[in-house]
Design a protein around this ligand. Structure first.
Ligand code: AMP
Ligand code: MG
Length: 267
């Protein structure tokens, strides 16, 4: 079920084949109820993952502006013990970061054993904004697909499960969401004039997304193309994929110490 939005690894991706309005036949209320049910499972699974402390999960979120990265994090992980979750948001690299290879800052943020790590943007910006705006020569960013695959392979081989979500909204939906940010005084802080030139390059970004979805969609680190015009369906798809993955990781509480049955706690 949670596999349904993963393209076949190695296959061509045409994003116009993916409907951002898709809601899997769900009504809003039913989707919300199902997400709530899955969240209860996630809370219990994460307690075990943390206690076991042998494997980790990395969740990568990518989307156009207003695509719902922040909202997804807020919703999907509400109720999960914050002790075992780490969120990393990747911004324009600092001079210090630019003085290293592009994975340097990313590698420092990968989740240790027992943790769920969430990337709000990620190393994929290096084949998105960097490519579209020509921030590096083509010969340089073209090699990053391989670098990324190798990097993710290393993490997978080291006990990290990786799930990547591209939150797919339509250009019309983005217009509405940007307008809502302008109109609502409590959302205005999120509006950046810099989002407008990015919007103008929508087609270039879709092409860049298609290429990374083709080249970096692997068995060990699959991409999900999440229909994201409806927030309640987006949350359901992401929650379900995470729950199914952690279930398959099958985390177990550690064995308690020997001899606890006869312990008497002194007064
Ligand atoms: P926001 O997520 O709205 O706070 O914006 C973060 C900004 O940082 C976005 O415009 C990203 O495109 C930009 N950004 C993130 N990673 C990189 C990168 N590796 N190179 C250039 N810009 C980046
Ligand atoms: Mg922004």
């Amino acid at each position: 079920m949670g596999q349904q939005y993963i393209p076949k690894p190695g296959s061509k991706v045409d994003l116009s084949d993916y409907d951002p309005d898709d809601h899997g036949g769900y009504e809003k209320e039913a989707a919300i109820a199902e997400t709530d049910r899955l969240q209860e499972k996630l809370i219990a699974l994460q307690e075990k993952l943390y206690a076991e402390s042998k494997q980790s999960l990395l969740v990568v979120l990518q989307a156009m502006d207003t695509g719902g990265k922040d909202g997804t994090i807020k919703k999907v992980f509400e109720g999960v013990n914050p002790l075992g979750v780490r969120v990393a948001s990747f911004k324009v690299p600092t001079p210090d970061e630019l003085a290293r290879d592009f994975l340097w800052r990313v590698h420092q943020q990968v989740p240790p054993k027992g943790f769920i790590g969430i990337f709000n943007r990620s190393h994929y910006e290096e084949v998105l904004v960097v490519r579209v705006n020509g921030l590096k020569p083509e010969a340089v960013w073209k090699r990053h697909y391989d670098h990324i695959n190798q990097f993710e392979r290393l993490l997978a081989d080291s006990g990290t499960r990786i799930l990547k979500f591209y939150l797919h909204i339509s250009k019309d939906e983005q217009k509405e969401r940007l307008q809502a940010r302008l109109d609502d005084p409590e959302k205005r802080w999120k509006f950046s004039l810099g989002d407008l030139p990015v919007r103008e390059k929508w087609t270039d970004y879709m092409q860049a997304y298609e290429e990374l979805l083709e080249r970096c969609n692997t068995e060990y680190a699959p991409w999900h193309i999440v229909p994201a015009n409806r927030k309640w369906y987006r949350d359901l798809v992401v929650t379900r994929a995470i729950v199914e993955t952690v279930e398959a990781m099958n985390p177990q509480f550690p064995q308690p110490e020997e001899g606890l049955d006869t312990v008497v706690i002194p007064d």
